[in-house]
Design a protein around this ligand. Sequence first.
Ligand SMILES: Nc1ncnc2c1ncn2[C@@H]1O[C@H](COP(=O)(O)OP(=O)(O)OP(=O)(O)O)[C@@H](O)[C@H]1O
Ligand SMILES: Cc1ncsc1CCO
Length: 265
Amino acid sequence: MQIKQSIKLKKPLIHCITNPISINDCANMVLAVGAKPIMAEHPLEVSEITRVSKSLGVNLGNITDNRMESMLISGKVAFENKIPQVIDLVGVGCSKLRLNYAKKFISECNPSVIKGNMSEIKAVCGMKSNSKGIDVGACDIVTEQNSDESIEMMKALSLRTGAVVVATGVIDIITDGNNTYLITNGCEMLSMITGTGCMLTALIASYISYGNILDGTVLATTLMGICGELSQHVKGTGSFRTELIDNMFSISDDMIIKKIQYKLK
Ligand SMILES: Nc1ncnc2c1ncn2[C@@H]1O[C@H](COP(=O)(O)OP(=O)(O)OP(=O)(O)O)[C@@H](O)[C@H]1O
Ligand SMILES: Cc1ncsc1CCO
């Protein structure tokens, strides 16, 4: 909660390099929690932008040559200047180009957080991924019963890279290699509009901006789940998207305490 309050007070600048499908929703999510988004992506300006930002979020969705170049430039600037950064592995389960790029980014830029759905996390870990395009494949969905194997794989990735690793889905798993959170907040509607994973990445970038990497990631992920639950009463997916941003803007600490559902492993 302290992180939530301090972001509202300090209004950190958050540099996001993301896809055009969900870029507007990502910027609005950053604004909803009180931070300031900048979505710059030209390779000739991004180093200047990252340098003055408090954190960086990069997203491999709908990848282009320009953004591939920009994300590496920004990732290196962030690493050299100790600016927290998160990579969203959108599509690495279905594209070798993205998978190879993600591996290069992770080894050269040392992101603070590596995030994807379970099919994407498996691909980066060198396991067989059953992704359905950019979505998780049915055989990769995590349940309470089969979570142990996924947790071990994620812990190993975290210990190897030094990053907090996040796998989203019905159950969200977050680990720093030692502490592992299983978050069960959320609802199916979150998977029925595009870009909720991308929006979560922008939120993580916001909440890790003062260096609380694990706690900021857990807070962002829990909030996305809870705000999804609070938005379900609407007529359809169009209003759900609006309601989700409204709830992110207005949620109280008391509501978070009432709704939060997680287990420590
Ligand atoms: N069936 C579900 N039940 C509960 N929560 C869900 C469900 N599906 C997704 N979520 C939540 O939605 C958010 C996005 O997760 P998801 O795994 O769908 O990301 P993604 O595949 O990267 O999304 P996108 O590609 O649309 O950006 C997370 O907060 C996750 O907890
Ligand atoms: C639909 C889609 N395609 C590439 S990125 C994106 C937004 C959700 O990741």
